[in-house]
Design a protein around this ligand. Structure first.
Ligand SMILES: *Cc1c(COP(=O)(O)O)cnc(C)c1O
Ligand SMILES: [Zn+2]
Length: 402
């Protein structure tokens, strides 16, 4: 029903192999299905509630999934903020509402299930935080050890707390994410651990269900554009694949313009799009307040650039200031609490509307990738402190009306 194929040289690998990148050329692998064999109709889909496993006919798994009921996240239509942006129809898909509070759960439910199918007994990843939180819960659920490598001092506390409480072996690497990823790839090769970074093509299969759900929630209509933060560039690739598959199966008839947003301090994909390159130049020293996208050498860049070019999308950078402003606007004008990386989508949308790249009449979906509570230390740095007063009504009134 499906196999793995190198996106560069076309080499084919069987689904029984433990392989992450092409053995012939080092290229990224993609899961290829025989779509003629897959029967899926709007009618059939419309009967079931939203969830990742609702779309199991389009997921490369045969055994019972290791699941914590991921997916089925809210798609909010913006009102006050849309007016402020001077845009007609903007939605936010709140991926912070997944079990660990980020979209990584969609990839990990599939990835850890695949690890069991392949008979692997330990799972591992490098992470800017959310991947480790997610791997930890599915490791716990499956009853297998999880090893996570984090860049020391650069991971939001809520994410580390999750990895620790769910029982992962948490290693803090004196180095950045890109270095941690190199290390964990080496570790997995030497120790026969199953690597669950987004270089693993099965992760992206789970994440493509974001695309399925958006179309599903819009009554099988496809938005004109998806705007999302880009770190390792897996999610933009995955969501695009989801929309392409719906079109291939005749369920929808277009794909959205994939629009990636990066922080000004970590912009390799945006730089490549600006100079119309097919490859990125790694940034040795990425820096941004949005730690989830503090990545200088995105592993899925080749796939992501294809998604941007093929779909007629674009890419843009935003400053940390713009990210914080957008985070507050989303929180205070719409009641949607997201972590900094997620807010970059709204910040980027504002910039692209202002410079005329995006038409205000478009139907736009921004992906809020992670929940506000992931990074509460950051909140204390950018919001006014609670006002401490004596326990008297006079003091309360004075403070309220100050
Ligand atoms: C992982 C992550 C991203 C980046 O996604 P990629 O697939 O690596 O591009 C963005 N935001 C949050 C909150 C994340 O956890
Ligand atoms: Zn190859």
């Amino acid at each position: 029903m499906y196999h793995l194929q190198c996106i560069e040289c076309g080499s084919i690998y069987s689904i029984e192999e433990v392989v992450y990148t092409c053995r012939n050329c080092g290229g990224l692998l993609d899961v290829i299905y025989d779509y003629n064999e897959i029967e899926l109709s709007k009618k059939e889909l419309s009967k079931q509630p939203l969830s990742v496993w609702k779309y199991k006919k389009l997921l490369p798994i045969t055994r019972d999934p290791v699941t914590l009921q991921e997916g089925g996240t809210q798609l909010y239509k913006l009102h006050r903020l849309a007016e402020d942006l001077e845009a007609k129809e903007v939605y936010v898909k709140h991926e912070g509402m997944n079990p660990t509070g980020s979209f990584k759960d969609r990839g990990m439910t599939v990835g850890v299930t695949k690890a069991l199918e392949l008979g692997m007994s330990t799972v591992a990843c490098a992470s800017t935080g959310n991947t480790s939180a997610s791997l930890s819960i599915y490791g716990a659920k499956a009853g297998i050890p999880a090893v996570v490598l984090l860049p020391a001092g650069k991971v939001a506390l809520g994410k580390v707390a999750q990895a620790l409480m769910h029982g992962a072996k948490v290693l803090s690497i004196r180095g950045n994410f890109d270095e941690a990823l190199m290390l964990v790839r080496d570790l997995c090769a030497k120790e026969d651990f199953y690597l669950l970074n987004s270089i693993n093509p099965y992760r992206l299969e789970g994440q493509k269900t974001i695309g399925f759900e958006i179309a599903d929630q819009l009554g099988w209509e496809v938005p004109d554009r998806i705007v999302l933060p880009v770190g390792n560039a897996g999610n933009i690739t995955a969501i695009y694949k989801g929309f392409k598959e719906l079109k291939t199966l005749g369920i929808t008839d277009t794909v959205p313009k994939m629009t990636g947003i990066q922080a000004e301090g970590a912009p390799p994909v945006v730089d490549a799009v600006r100079s119309k390159q097919q490859n990125i130049t790694p940034d040795p020293d990425p820096e941004t307040i949005a730690t989830a996208i503090r990545i200088g050498n995105p592993v899925n860049a080749r796939k992501a650039l294809k998604a941007v070019y093929e779909s007629g999308g674009t890419a843009e950078t935003v400053t940390d200031e713009e990210i914080i402003t957008a985070q507050k606007q989303l929180a205070q004008m719409e009641g949607i609490g997201v972590e900094p990386a997620s807010a970059s989508s709204i910040a980027g949308l504002r910039k692209l509307l202002q410079n005329g790249t995006i038409d205000p009449d478009e139907r736009i979906v921004c992906i809020a990738t992670g929940h506000l509570l992931k990074d509460s230390e950051h909140v204390l740095n950018v919001c006014p402190k609670p006002i401490e007063i004596n326990a008297t009504i006079e003091d309360v009134r004075k403070a309220v009306f100050a």
